[in-house]
Each structure stands twice: as C-alpha cells, then as structure tokens.
Design a protein around this ligand. Sequence first.
Ligand code: SF4
Ligand code: SF4
Length: 305
Amino acid sequence: MSENKFDIPEQFASPNVPALLTEGSVIQFKCYKGISCFNACCKHADVTLAPYDVLRLQRRLGMNSEAFLKKYTVPFQLDADGVPGVKLRTDDAGACLFLDGENGCGVYEDRPTVCRYYPVALLNMREKDTYEAQQQYSLVRESHCKGHDEPREITLHDYRKEQGVEEYDAFNRSWYELILKKKSGGPGVGKPNEMSLQLFFMASFNFDMLRRFVLSDNFKASYDLSDEIYAEVAEDDIALMKLGNRLMRQALFGEKSIPEKGGAWEKRVEERKAIWETRAKAEMDARNAKTESEMRQETTGCADN
Ligand code: SF4
Ligand code: SF4
C-alpha cells in the first residue's frame, strides 16, 4: 500500500497531482479471496489510523487503549510541528500483524479505513475560507495489485457502501477537519506546546486515558459540564470521542465549546504556587551557582570540581 492515504494538503503542490474522483466516478476493480495477488497489499502495509479505527480494533481485540497502542501501532508525526499520529505496526518484513496467513485479514469486519478504501485514497480537502472537510478520492495503482484487471465496474458511491466506510468517515470527519485546520491554519495557529500535543494524542487514540482524565476531580473542577454528560462519556465510547474532539479544538485553536468554571484557573494556580515557587528558586540557585563558578574560573583560571 502506498503512503498518504489521508489528506495532506501540501501534496497537491506536487507535480504528481493525482486525478481526483468523486462519488459518481466509476472505477474498474474487484478484490476477492483467491485472486492471484491475495494478501500482497497486506504484506507491505502502511496504514495510518484515525480515531474510530483505533476504537474498533481495540474493542474487537478486547484490549485497553494503552495495551493496543503499544502492541499494534507505531507513532509518527502528522506534520512538521510534531502533531502525533499512529500507524499499524508491521513485522520486520513489512507485513501487517493482523494478516492471518492464507485466511487474509484477521480483523476483517473491523479493518481500518485505509484498508477499506484501498485502492482508493481518501483525500480530505477544504474549500477556501472554510475548514469543512470535502471528501474527494483518487485511485492508487500499484503493480502488485491485480484487482484493477478484473472486469467489474463500480461507482465510488457503491464501492464506499460495499466496503462499509460511511460509518468510519462519519465518526472520523471531525478529526479530519481538525487536522486540516491545523495544517492549513498557517502561522496564526502556531506550533502547539508539548501539553497540547500530549492532549491531542490522548484525545485521538488513548480512549481509556481520556476517560480517566475527563472523569477526574481535577477536570470536573475546571470544566462546567452536566452530570448527564459525565454519565454518558463514562459508558459511551462515541460520546467520549466527541468530547475529546472538542477538547482538542479548545487546546489547539482556543475554540471554547466546553465551558470553563469561573476561577478554576486561579484556584489551580494557588494550589500549585508553592511547588512552582520551590522549582523556580531551585532553578535560580542552580543558575547563580553556575555563574559564580564561571566567574571564579575566569578570575583564577581554575575549574570547580
Ligand atoms: S488490517 Fe487487515 S486489511 Fe488492513 S493491512 Fe492488516 S491484514 Fe490487511
Ligand atoms: S486485489 Fe489488490 S487489494 Fe485485493 S488482495 Fe490483491 S493486492 Fe490486495
């Protein structure tokens, strides 16, 4: 499989602009067990995961997020500012860990979006002055994939239905829009600080940690949400994913859709003040000691031991 199955707007600055397809476009393609190239694509897997992909896979495997992410994914950077993404882990030869020998995909009913779409690439693009994701598509032709030679024509509309991508796109759309906004926002958006990047990773992929975070006393003391919402996110993964998305927008773009409790920040500052003051004093002492040592060295020509 080739790279960049998700939108990276800059790729359109490349001279190799793929021909864009729409829902009405017709492609010639069929993949089935028994085709001569069966599994070839999964033996060289490069699968970027979106939040709903992670949720479906971890649910299927009955694993918690931390264990799933550790065992089955590898981190990478979605952009030059270090916004974190995850890909499916492969074995040393590049094969997907879910490939189950001649049986094909071992998680077929819950396979990720990229695998469902293949050989179609989903390109989330935005219209000028909006951050709404407009889905377009392009066809990926790789020499090992013989599905293009099969005599079946199908519209992209029907292909999406056949592959069950509609549900995945619906749940991931808001996340795609967030990435688009981050990538296209220019200097106004700026480089997120380390804490925002960690929050982005947690809210995108680490749902168990996100649940603990939003149900913690600290969070409840800082944000003004109803008990019904807390009860919902305690039980419902999709509600949790949606709240996580709002949190990311709040942290990255200052979109304040989650009301903050008045005075929460001031209270937290008061609580942390003693720790921050001790830390600041320790840093100041260390700096003074270093300066003193350097001055002594300059004067005497001797270094401290
Ligand atoms: S998840 Fe399934 S379809 Fe996707 S690369 Fe792995 S084995 Fe292939
Ligand atoms: S036809 Fe293409 S997608 Fe299907 S198994 Fe072969 S290489 Fe993979």
